[in-house]
Design a protein around this ligand. Structure first.
Ligand SMILES: C[S@@+](CC[C@H](N)C(=O)[O-])C[C@H]1O[C@@H](n2cnc3c(N)ncnc32)[C@H](O)[C@@H]1O
Length: 280
């Protein structure tokens, strides 16, 4: 089965002849878990989009600030982190447990290289816990069933989808996938995501990225407009500052990071259901 085809789900095959999103990201962050095809695709991406390095740096910094906000300010103690990536500095459980040691984090990814590193993600502080699920985002049923072994779905959960949804083409209805995940968590839960913005790059850069992705990268590339990204947050209230570029979401001036990105992001809190619509 070709796992990237719309409508089909499953773990990616281990294939070093073509670039994988997780390994490109690892290479851009200075990691060692990448192969010649990943490095070639990264160089091709750099040639068409010189902002790619600062974009991944800004994205990773956003992940840290968003998880810290959720644990330290919003009181969240349960995280479902889908599209985990190869472990690097500041993994979700490390950030969350630094603020709230009892935090529980379930990681999900479908890349066998990420699975091979899962042990690093399972080193939880003793007060909290972590788990790893080898699954495709498009298989929300397996993800929710697996996550329920560690997370209590009667209590708030933060669903984090950081830099993954642009690997899901429209044919797989990413908005319905996110809605299914958010339907499974109670009001007061959060959705945090970042997403490549089609309206944050020039048409020339956009075509360049699509061309490289189509020729050299395993996953499809579906960047989306601000309005399309905002639709993921239906049923939530966006926390300040709303939907912005990742570097503009509650920036930490002390970190001195001036990285510029082409990714939209936001964090939304799930609303109480409207009683009028429940009885209609
Ligand atoms: C760019 S990395 C982001 C890693 C991390 N969330 C971050 O922002 O630092 C995206 C990850 O999503 C994973 N991914 C892409 N499509 C997926 C899918 N359909 N199901 C599960 N994981 C997927 C890739 O394997 C990769 O590890």
């Amino acid at each position: 089965m070709d796992e990237s085809v719309a409508g089909e789900t499953g773990r990616l095959a281990f294939d070093t002849s073509v670039a994988h999103q997780a390994r490109i990201y690892d290479y851009l962050l200075g990691g060692k878990d990448n192969y010649a095809a990943d490095r070639a695709a990264t160089e091709a991406l750099r040639a068409v989009n010189p902002e790619i390095d600062s974009t991944v740096r800004a994205n990773r910094a956003f992940l840290g600030r968003a998880v810290r906000y959720l644990a330290a300010d919003a009181g969240i103690r349960q995280f479902l982190d889908i599209g985990t990536g190869i472990p690097t500095a500041g993994n979700t459980h490390e950030v969350a447990q630094a603020a709230a040691p009892e935090s529980r984090v379930v990681y999900v990814d479908y890349d066998p290289v990420v699975l091979a590193h899962a042990r690093a993600l399972l080193v939880s502080g003793t007060e909290g816990a972590t788990d790893y699920i080898d699954a495709d985002l498009r298989d929300t049923g397996s993800i929710l069933a697996g996550a329920a072994k560690l997370l209590d779905f009667s209590r708030p959960v933060a669903v984090t989808l950081i830099s993954i949804l642009h690997a899901i083409p429209d044919a797989d209805d990413p908005h319905a996938l996110v809605a299914r995940l958010m339907d499974a968590v109670p009001p007061g839960s959060y959705l945090a995501l970042s997403h490549a913005g089609s309206d944050l790059v020039s048409p020339q850069v956009q075509h360049g990225i699509e061309d490289v992705a189509g020729r050299m990268i395993r996953q499809q590339y579906a960047s989306r407009s601000r309005e399309q990204v905002e639709r993921f947050f239906q049923g939530t209230d966006l926390v300040e500052p709303g939907l912005v570029r990742v570097e503009d979401w509650r920036p930490n001036p002390a970190a001195g990071d001036t990285a510029r990105s082409s990714l939209w992001c936001a964090v939304g809190r799930k609303r109480q259901p409207n009683p009028a619509s429940a009885t209609a």
